[in-house]
Design a protein around this ligand. Structure first.
Ligand SMILES: C[S@@+](CC[C@H](N)C(=O)[O-])C[C@H]1O[C@@H](n2cnc3c(N)ncnc32)[C@H](O)[C@@H]1O
Length: 270
């Protein structure tokens, strides 16, 4: 699928997602949400499929997992990397019907709604119809995505805020989708809704290799696209990039993003 509107797309995106996915955290969150052996699970926007393989393992015996993503590159990677008797993968646009692959007992949607600000509620509504009655939907996303840093130069903070603002308007990015997840499930009549909030991208002290690669790629992909926003930097992107590298590797800077997980059960008669 080549017409996917995903502004983070680049040659390293599969690798970035693979490297930054912390399976211990995902396991803890999925068990909290109610993932249990025997379930049929959908991992929507599964990226390289690392989380799908985890879910497949967690629902044994007798459960199964399906990973769906719109990137042919990431689905090919998932099919090549994960066990032949493991999850099934599909390259599909999640904005189009998926009824032929449904139904599911548990649906997991992490870091996808942030890329679909306008249609997020309608997407969740469509997804909820793929659940068996009594099935669980777990939405996981960020609030103030990329916006909470302290100890970086003020012009850099201003520039990052402007880039995010343009991404909202031009790419339908929603840096505050995390705060909306509860209302989505509430408005759809979900039962037993629960919410968990924890820090994501909590960075202080020495910069680790995973954070360095993740944030450098984000800057290279997102900021490079909007060089007209770099008017506070006399040498444009190169000057911004140098300042960013210096600021992010300074152990005094403090960065975090609130991660919000919201789970609920589709009503038996819903
Ligand atoms: C940030 S990644 C999230 C990957 C994974 N869920 C995780 O938690 O790491 C977003 C994924 O959404 C996929 N995506 C974006 N829009 C899509 C769409 N309309 N249909 C299918 N996949 C889409 C991208 O290809 C990408 O792999």
């Amino acid at each position: 699928m080549s017409d996917l509107s995903y502004f983070m797309e680049n040659d390293d995106e599969t690798l970035r997602l693979e490297i930054k996915t912390d399976l211990d955290n995902v396991k803890r969150q999925a068990l909290w949400a109610g993932l249990r052996p025997g379930m049929r699970v959908a991992d929507l926007a599964c990226g390289p499929g690392k989380t799908t393989q985890l879910f497949h393992d967690l629902v044994q015996p007798q459960g199964s997992a399906v990973g769906i993503d719109g990137s042919a590159n990431r689905i090919a990677h998932a099919e090549k990397t994960h066990s032949p008797n493991g999850p099934a993968f599909f390259c599909r646009n999640l904005l189009e019907p998926l009824d032929d692959i449904a139904p599911f007992d548990f649906i997991w949607v992490r870091f996808f709604l942030e890329y679909h600000k306008t249609d997020a509620f309608q997407i969740v509504k469509n997804i909820s119809r793929l659940l068996n009655p009594g099935g669980i939907l777990c939405l996981v996303d960020l609030d103030y995505n990329c916006l909470s840093h302290y100890g970086i130069p003020e012009r850099m903070q201003r520039t990052i805020s402007r880039v995010i603002h343009v991404l909202e308007n031009k790419e339908d990015f929603d840096p505050r989708v995390g705060i909306k997840l509860y209302s989505f499930l509430y408005d759809l009549g979900f039962e037993n809704i629960d919410v968990m909030m924890e820090p994501h991208h909590l960075i202080f002290g020495e910069l680790g290799a995973v954070d360095e690669f993740n944030w450098t790629t984000k800057v290279e992909v997102a900021v490079k696209k909007f060089q007209f926003l770099l008017d506070e930097y006399e040498n444009g992107y190169d000057a911004f990039y140098d300042e960013f590298k210096k600021a992010f590797s300074n152990p005094r800077r403090f960065t975090y993003t609130p991660l919000i997980s919201c789970r609920g059960r589709r009503p038996a008669g819903g």
